[in-house]
Design a protein around this ligand. Structure first.
Ligand SMILES: [Zn+2]
Length: 308
């Protein structure tokens, strides 16, 4: 009851005027949006209608340029970011962004644009679920990690070394070679093709999300880290004929070495740390706010007091 009341007050225009004096930049972090995802296209359309009422929505680089240079417009700044370059971002998100003339930033992996690629963690999860239904799971789990569910196993891989994950992926692919994704799995997890990425309207800014989404601070070899951070930028620039100035750390992981590379090659970088961006935040470690399905709840989360 009280929660509903607060939510209703929070969505009143007057309440928003209070935001104007707070120098902060809000960046929303989206991933997949499709009829089979938690946030579906209707939810997203409702977000767009509400966000456009109260915020000055800009692509990430423009929003940061304005914010870090004494932005004093009355409308609070916000930026919508989409990680991973999922195909559903092309088929469901892009038409809605065009309909509402709303800019956004998509973070793409330069080497995952064949049209039927998936992020390694998505592919691993789906293949392990497939294996779990067969004898293959027994073989696999016996030799690897006992008693973990597929989801727990994939999560555990995010803290393993890059080479270990590559080896595990090879074993899993071999054991599950008959696996074919279902239409719902394709809708949720397939990444867009180069052609689709080339056809994204100018309204959408493109940023780099590495070459193939490794956990950067788990890579043992400096040369591979450099390729992931730097080459991804130039491959995307060449294939898409766009200027790439923004970077997104896969899973939010970074360290001193990756930070230095990002600082030398990009203007801004976002993490998965939850929060509003204040002027105290480094432009290379910008926090974000995870998107929420329910529009009122999301608008409420955008009004929470700033963390300081
Ligand atoms: Zn990602």
């Amino acid at each position: 009851m009280i929660k509903t009341l607060i939510k209703n007050i929070a969505t009143m225009p007057l309440f928003y005027s209070y935001l104007i004096n707070k120098p902060c930049l809000r960046i929303i972090m989206y991933h997949g949006i499709s009829p089979s995802d938690n946030i579906n296209p209707n939810d997203f359309e409702s977000h767009l209608k509400e966000l456009n009422k109260y915020f000055n929505i800009q692509p990430l680089s423009k929003a940061c340029d304005l914010f870090y240079n004494n932005y004093d417009d009355k409308r609070p700044l916000i930026s919508l970011t989409f990680d991973d370059g999922l195909k559903n971002n092309f088929s469901y998100v892009t038409p809605l962004l065009e309909k509402y003339k709303t800019p956004a930033t998509f973070f793409l992996c330069s080497d995952l644009l064949s049209g039927d690629d998936m992020l390694w963690n998505h592919e691993m999860l789906l293949r392990l679920r497939y294996l779990k239904k067969s004898q293959g799971w027994i073989n696999f789990s016996k030799h690897n990690f006992n008693n973990l569910t597929p989801k727990e196993f994939v999560k555990s891989c995010k803290s393993k070394s890059y080479s270990t994950v590559i080896n595990l992926m090879q074993i899993i692919r071999k054991l599950s070679k008959e696996y074919i994704p279902t239409s719902i799995e394709k809708e949720r997890y397939h990444i867009m093709s180069t052609k689709q990425a080339q056809n994204l309207p100018d309204l959408i800014e493109i940023g780099s999300h590495t070459k193939d989404h490794p956990i950067l601070d788990k890579i043992e070899n400096d040369k591979i880290i450099m390729e992931q951070v730097i080459d991804s930028k130039y491959i995307l620039q060449d294939t898409l004929n766009r200027k790439i100035t923004t970077f997104c750390y896969p899973n939010g992981n970074h360290n001193k070495f990756t930070d230095d590379l990002v600082i030398q090659n990009y203007q801004y970088a976002v993490t998965t740390i939850q929060g509003f961006c204040s002027l105290n935040d480094s432009p290379f470690q910008i926090p974000r706010i995870a998107a929420i399905k329910d529009t009122k709840s999301m608008m409420f989360s955008l009004l929470k007091p700033m963390r300081h």
